[in-house]
Design a protein. Sequence first.
Length: 197
Amino acid sequence: MPIDLWMAPTELHSRTVSLVPLAQSHAADLSEAAADGDLHRLWYTSVPTPEQVPAEIDRRLGLLDAGAMVPFAVLDPAGHAVGMTTYMNIDNGNRRVEIGSTWYRQSVQRTGLNTACKLLMLRHAFGACDAIAVEFRTHRLNRQSRAAIERLGARLDGILRAHMILPNGTIRDTAVYSVTAADWPTVQANLEFMAYR
């Protein structure tokens, strides 16, 4: 792995969630997590089938080695992996990064875990890494994801029309959101209020 990366693997912890470097040791938990709610059946997002989880971990670790992604396993308070998330589209020169390729098992969705996870990642990006902006991207039609991003305090930058071809052959319009360094103090106060009430 390149040693001059602006974003590098780390561990991030709060009382409700931990983010640790993704490893094959998380595969069994993540296979079970992917089966919870048959998340791979959602056509507008990309979640591996339970059987594909080890290959997805290898894919993300390959992107880590290439300096293109910093992948995490998302752990619940008991230490079980309940999902994955990443820093991706890392722009070292401009200190800009996307938080994405995130999914959680259905049973922890809408529990506050996502808010706590994003608070840790944003705090690290703007604090330890001095980011100028953090992006979030999702399918224009993924209303659940868009609502979650908007609840975080990110602002819609725009829609990239006909942005990418999905595995099922449909064309994705991508909604792009961001939090800038100037936004961060207010967004942080809101996320802390949401996470700890």
